[in-house]
Design a protein around this ligand. Structure first.
Ligand SMILES: Nc1ncnc2c1ncn2[C@@H]1O[C@H](COP(=O)(O)OP(=O)(O)OP(=O)(O)O)[C@@H](O)[C@H]1O
Ligand SMILES: [Mg+2]
Ligand SMILES: [Mg+2]
Length: 599
């Protein structure tokens, strides 16, 4: 069935036809409620690992904060979970909506094999047990962007359970003080996304875009094992890297492909867990951490002032830096769960349980997927440490910036410089420039980013294959609308480091060339070196003459060195470098100066 171009809007309480654009689901919401008492810059109560106390007086108990996350990751697939409509970010509103997505009577769900495979793959990567039989349920609630009045999810028997996610947090101020923690994964369930409500404040109307309605989601439910915002944000970052490495989700938080609900409570250690509140729809790691820490602080404040915590849904006001109530406070919502009558149990197999004569095209074999799991971020980091003798914190830094690992690997491939030198340049100099100028990594035109890294290419279906026959398994990586790519390519940095390695230029000249690479797009390091005449001075006699002249001109510095001030020699080296326009090798200058100073 071809996807019709529906242009529906929900105005007040009626559906009407209209043309719409822009906005966001949470654009609305008056700034009411709790205002944080914490002053700017004052550290959060939840920064310490588990037990946190806010000015607890003598004899008083300390508070322990408990955090559990529900993470919704949009599955990378060409089409939706139960319909053939395409999945595309930022397509014109209501242009990707099939009759099923719009819940027209008589339409039926047809399960997308890709989404099932993505769930199995993610479950395996997170050490979950994959349920060979899982069920679909209807979860009822009213929202204008949910035309069916229910969402199809997996409440009773989800596809994967009992996994774990390891993440590393800094234990102290130094990056080397990293400790690894683990959070248990309760379950991973397949479910449909809802549409989007776009609130137009000016015209006091709400518009509906159903492009996202029915897109496949993985809900990853974490057990309440964390205790502060930083831990939660780091765990989410690690999950994001895993999903991207698998290619099961692009997991771009800014584009809403990864959304987090944070459940938070506080209690006295040794006592039962406190009542939790749920802060909904956090779509940035920074706001996630801030929302959790401010909610912990609010709960402690409430309890210490004799008030109670209500089991309610809250949202985070990033301008005020605090959470506030979102919906009614009448307690737990009744979702009236019921089995989805139009979908049979989802059955998966492993090699041992595969029915004899089963058409491999018609079944999903868990073992087959396990054999094809790509390398996970933790394995990549370990390899970097082993292969290049890198410090663990450097391996984290390389993976944390999108495209930086590919950039590093491409430089390594093309340069004769030592890997340690490459690491130092990439992390200390290159990354510093990127951050300063708010640019993205330019990994090189030959190395597309994940999800192409996934080796997963089965094209068969349980009920339905993606619309395009023979199309690639996962939707192509959509272009980020983030920062511009940096003008420095891996090839340019590789060439620069090779020049440095074979002593064609000095290290300070190398820094000048590097700075020039940002300014003069398209020029190679060798071109810049010859244009600016930055070649290393090979003539040792000439260098000796410069050293001699510098010493003559600065007798006081010479005296300082002779009197035992070992640092003063650096001043002389700097002066010689200046006199030679950075064309001399600082090590050679030092040798010459030392010889002259000792004679
Ligand atoms: N006392 C608690 N304090 C903090 N977090 C908690 C506490 N108890 C449970 N949680 C967390 O709350 C979350 C519950 O998620 P789950 O999806 O099971 O239920 P739900 O929030 O009721 O449902 P929904 O999917 O409709 O939001 C889990 O992440 C769990 O770790
Ligand atoms: Mg949930
Ligand atoms: Mg929840």
């Amino acid at each position: 069935m071809a996807a019709p171009m529906l242009r529906w809007c929900y105005l007040g309480r009626r559906w009407v036809l209209a043309c719409i654009d822009g906005g966001s689901r949470h654009g609305r919401g008056a700034a009411i409620g709790f205002t944080s008492s914490r002053k700017r810059g004052q550290s959060s109560v939840a920064q310490q690992p588990l037990i946190t106390a806010q000015k607890s007086r003598k004899g008083e108990h300390k508070w322990a904060a408990v955090v559990g996350l529900e993470i919704h990751a949009q599955i990378s697939s060409n089409s939706k979970l139960f319909s053939g409509s395409q999945v595309h970010f930022a397509a014109p509103p209501n242009s990707l909506v099939s009759f099923f997505d719009a819940s027209l009577p008589g339409t039926l769900p047809v399960l997308n094999r890709r989404c099932v495979e993505a769930a199995v793959m993610t479950g395996l990567a997170l050490s979950c047990r994959i349920n060979k039989k899982s069920l679909f349920d209807r979860k009822h609630y009213f929202y204008a962007d949910l035309p069916a009045g229910y969402q199809i999810t997996q409440q009773r028997l989800p596809i994967a359970v009992n996994g774990s996610l390891a993440y590393s947090v800094c234990a102290g101020k130094k990056p080397s003080q990293v400790i690894t923690k683990t959070v248990r994964i309760k379950q991973i369930q397949l479910e449909q996304d809802s549409g989007k409500s776009l609130h137009d404040e000016l015209r006091s109307q709400t518009l509906i875009d159903l492009n996202r309605a029915g897109v496949g989601l993985l809900e990853v439910v974490l057990e309440p094992d964390m205790s502060c915002g930083e831990e939660a944000a780091t765990a989410v970052r690690e999950l994001q890297l895993i999903l991207q490495a698998l290619g099961t989700s692009q997991a771009n938080m800014a584009e809403g492909q990864l959304r987090v609900d944070a459940n938070i409570s506080v209690h006295h250690p040794g006592e039962p867990l406190g009542v939790r509140t749920e802060v909904k729809n956090l779509n940035s790691a920074r706001f996630l951490a801030k929302a959790i820490d401010s909610e912990i602080e609010r709960q402690i404040h409430e309890l210490e002032n004799g008030r109670e915590i209500l089991n309610e849904t809250r949202s985070f006001d990033y301008k005020l830096g605090c959470t506030m109530p979102m919906r009614d406070k009448e307690g737990k919502q009744d979702y009236r769960f019921m089995p989805e009558p139009n979908l049979p149990p989802l059955l998966l197999y492993d090699t041992a349980s595969l029915p004899p004569g089963a058409d491999p095209q018609q079944v999903i074999n868990i073992d087959w997927i396990r054999e094809r799991l790509p390398e996970l971020p933790s394995e990549t980091r370990e390899k970097l440490v082993q292969q290049y003798g890198m410090l663990p914190e450097h391996s984290f830094a390389l993976l944390n910036e999108v495209g930086l690992l590919e950039f590093f690997q491409n430089v390594i491939k093309e340069t004769r410089a030592e890997p340690k030198k490459v690491t130092s340049w990439v992390l200390n100099i290159f990354l510093g420039f990127l951050k300063q100028q708010n640019l993205a990594v330019n990994e090189s035109s030959q190395s597309p980013r994940s999800p192409a890294r996934s080796s997963f290419t089965s094209g068969e279906s349980v009920g339905r294959t993606d619309q395009k026959q023979g199309a690639c398994c996962w939707s192509a990586s959509e272009k980020c609308h983030g920062p511009e790519p940096s003008p420095v390519t891996p090839a340019a940095l590789a060439e620069l480091l090779s020049l440095l390695d074979r002593k064609a230029i000095s290290s300070s000249a190398a820094k000048q060339v590097f700075e020039e690479l940002w300014r003069s797009k398209g020029k190679t390091p060798s071109q810049i070196v010859s244009e600016k005449r930055l070649e290393l001075m090979q003539d040792e006699e000439a260098l000796e003459r410069v050293c001699h002249a510098v010493m003559e001109e600065h007798p006081q510095v010479v005296m300082d060195v002779k009197r035992g001030n070992s640092r003063a020699i650096n001043k002389l080296i700097g002066l010689v470098l200046k006199a030679t326009l950075s064309r001399a090798d600082p090590t050679v200058i030092k040798e010459i100066l030392e010889k002259k100073l000792s004679s």
